[in-house]
Design a protein around this ligand. Structure first.
Ligand SMILES: [Fe+2]
Ligand SMILES: [Fe+2]
Length: 135
């Protein structure tokens, strides 16, 4: 079973950002499949880096759109993005050091974070942007 199942519950109402969230779900599912399937460490490190890069690009895009729309929750939202990036980098470092308990912790952290962050924080900017013609 996939780690995450995409549904309309995750739509924030802004097309480019919804598409990026969908890609993030796919990257998380690929990482889950690789970890559960016992893929080589080297390959998983590459996937983690790819995920981090994509997430960074997404966070920048999201923050730029919030800034352009004058969204008042931007500063708080930016902090959440920073914290997530930091946490995942820490997990990646532990994984590279060979800690065996990292996989499950990381996967459950990512699943919790992705679903909560999109459904709480990201959904807040949706109506604000929509009212300003951003869809
Ligand atoms: Fe966000
Ligand atoms: Fe997002």
């Amino acid at each position: 079973m996939a780690l995450l199942t995409w549904s309309d519950d995750y739509l924030v109402g802004v097309q480019t950002l919804d598409n990026q969230h969908n890609v993030l779900f796919n990257l998380l599912n690929e990482l889950d499949a690789a970890m559960v399937g016992g893929q080589a460490r080297k390959m998983i490190v590459q996937m983690l880096r790819k995920l981090l890069n994509y997430a960074r690009g997404h966070f920048s895009a999201e923050e730029a759109m919030m800034a352009a729309a004058g969204f008042p929750g931007l500063a708080q939202h930016r902090i959440q993005h920073r914290n997530l990036t930091k946490r995942v980098q820490e997990f990646e470092a532990r994984f590279e050091r060979g800690e065996r308990t990292v996989n499950l912790q990381l996967l459950s952290f990512l699943r919790e974070w992705a679903t909560r962050h999109i459904q709480d924080a990201d959904k807040e900017y949706g109506p604000w942007m929509n009212r300003r013609g951003v869809r």
